[in-house]
Design a protein around this ligand. Structure first.
Ligand code: CP3
Length: 359
């Protein structure tokens, strides 16, 4: 037995968490569900805690409050999983880059522009700076029921690098795409550092109590095929291998958003246990090409959740039926948006909790 795994012996034996059985390849009567960005501004109870915390980074680094908002959607909607409340940009922050979140503007970073800037990023204080996050993981995993799981996460190196190089969210990602094409060795140094930091960060999350991991590659869809293989598949494969070596029992879900037909090679070559599909990927294609190799997670349009009513129910059923014969975790194709009415989320959860395959 791997002694870096959390002490599961102290958990009450009994029902396996539905999310874990789905990731193990079981076809459940009803698929387990959770939602990307399930904790956030669309929830009044989140806005209340966020107001108390001050700014967004303060909230991420305050274990008591971060644990509270992590648990809010589980309590309100009975989701099968909690996702750690943190952000993919805590890793560059912990490597010494200047990162802030500005109201209405999103993340702002002091851009990494040269190999010298990459060399200035340090890994030696990573765990010290991220310790509050590990504490959040510990607090949440202590208070979750045995049949619910805490999902830890990190951004994939390519997606995190887009923010580090562009200095924030970018419309076209031109700076980072040009650097990756022009100077594979130089840009490769940044990706190497991110592989080291991300693997170490994810391993610590598991050691602190996370039972599943998700790797978000939000911007993988902007790359041409060779670049996708080099900057998305290869680094993710390396992270999966390093995490598996230490935590062989922890399932890993990959989210190469916008990968299109390259989703298949991503699954086969990275070795992920689960794959989160974006809204644009046809569910019939996913059922045919992906589901025999990995558990498929997804892929409701977040706009359907804003719309609600018959539109929402119709779209949810279309996805449930198309993916119902293989291992499936119901989720969105991307994160919940702030204008989503919480009542629509509750309506969807009622449907998901009472759904039975083939009935
Ligand atoms: O429930 C959860 O999923 C909460 C944990 C979480 C957050 N960010 C909290 C957050 C997770 C898993 C993320 C991942 C994340 N962060 C991604 C990958 C997933 C995706 O959505 O594509 C990315 C690209 C980021 C970077 C990021 N963080 C951006 C671009 C922004 C600004 C845009 C926005 O949605 O506000 C953030 C801020 C952020 N991260 C918020 C939350 C709840 C909003 C901050 C606030 O309260 O004002």
């Amino acid at each position: 037995m791997n002694n870096s795994q959390p002490d599961t012996a102290s958990r009450i034996p009994g029902e396996t968490a539905p999310l874990l059985s789905a990731l193990d390849g079981t076809v459940n009567d009803r698929p387990p569900f959770w939602f990307m960005r399930q904790a956030g501004r669309y929830l009044p109870e989140y806005r209340e805690v966020r107001g108390r915390a001050g700014n967004f980074l303060d909230l991420c680094y305050c274990p008591d409050l971060a644990a509270e908002v992590t648990l809010q959607p589980v309590e309100r909607f009975s989701t099968d999983a909690a996702i750690l409340f943190a952000d993919i940009l805590l890793v560059p922050h912990a490597m010494g880059q200047t990162v802030s979140f500005e109201e209405g503007r999103g993340p702002v970073l002091e851009p990494v522009k040269s190999v010298a800037d990459i060399e200035a990023l340090a890994l030696d204080r990573l765990h010290e700076k991220l310790r509050p996050v590990y504490e959040t993981v510990r607090l949440v995993s202590k208070s979750l029921a045995e049949n619910k799981v805490l999902i830890g996460f990190a951004g994939a190196p390519w997606t995190v690098a887009t923010y580090m190089v562009e200095g924030g969210t970018s419309r076209d990602h031109f700076q980072v795409r040009r650097w990756a094409l022009r100077d594979r060795d130089g840009f490769g140094l940044l990706v190497e550092k991110l592989i080291d930091a991300t693997s170490a960060y994810l391993i610590r999350q598991v050691e602190s109590g996370a039972r599943v991991l998700q790797i978000f590659d939000t911007w993988s869809g902007v790359l041409a095929e060779p670049a996708f293989r080099r900057w998305c598949i290869e680094p993710t494969r390396e992270i999966v291998a390093r995490v598996r070596a230490k935590c062989p029992k922890t399932p890993i879900i990959g989210f190469p958003r916008g990968a299109g037909p390259l989703y298949r090679d991503y699954v086969l070559e990275t070795g992920v246990d689960g794959v989160s599909i974006d809204t644009s990927l046809p569910v019939t294609w996913a059922a045919d090409k992906l589901q025999k190799h990995a558990t498929v997670q997804g892929n409701l349009d977040p706009a359907a959740l804003v719309e609600g009513g018959a539109v929402l129910r119709g779209e949810a059923k279309r996805i449930l039926e198309a993916l119902g014969d293989g291992p499936h975790i119901f989720n969105l194709g991307h994160g919940i948006v702030p204008q989503t009415p919480p009542e629509h989320v509750a309506e969807l959860c009622d449907l998901l909790l009472t759904w039975r395959r083939g009935v």
